[in-house]
Design a protein around this ligand. Sequence first.
Ligand code: C5P
Length: 228
Amino acid sequence: MPATADPSRPLVIAIDGPAASGKSSTAKRVAAALGIRHVDSGALYRAATAAMLRLVPDETTWTEAAVLAAAQAVTLEPVDGTFRPLLDGAAAEAELRGVAVTSRVSVAARMPGVRAWANAMIRSAAAAHPVVVDGRDMGSVVFPEAAVKVFLVADPQERARRRLLERHGREPSPAEVAAEVAELVRRDVADAAQTIEAPGAVRIDTTGLTPEGQVERIVALARGVDRS
Ligand code: C5P
């Protein structure tokens, strides 16, 4: 187990970055390599959004109080090395990752009360287990004391290509990449105020890195052996 800044608290490794920068898949693999749990903070914002969307489809009418009330349906279940958000006690992975939620999640994530709700859930998961957490502000706002802080960046074209490859299981066409770049840039703008690179974070540009290369780099940081 790597050394942590305060040995009395469980280890936290914080991985932040913009949409489709590879945070979640990298964080999951880093957690598996270190034998600890993964927490995907974006999945919680998605779960609150999905819960609200089930009640009120028009996001322009959403209020913070209504989203927080809807979010009471969300719980976090420890499963398979990660924490899975449940909606009314049931898994809803496809709903959380679908276009309806993805295109509205920034609306809920901008609400300060919703951020406080998500942060409290994430902190309570990390209080009981050593974790790798990924999101936008894990190293800056939620875990400023994290032992390792990483900020992943990648070229928008490459982010779009990877996202589409994952979604469709084939190389995307240039037109598909262009449409996905537009969607990613829209979400980067919508999330800009919440995406905060922590002071002292190690910035890793993954554009030319393989997933294995990213994981190795972060595992090495976590073990206190930065080979860069
Ligand atoms: O990481 P992912 O793309 O699944 O995140 C979904 C959304 O949740 C982001 O677009 C952003 O609006 C929000 N989010 C956030 N802060 C985090 C993680 C995610 O605002 N720490």
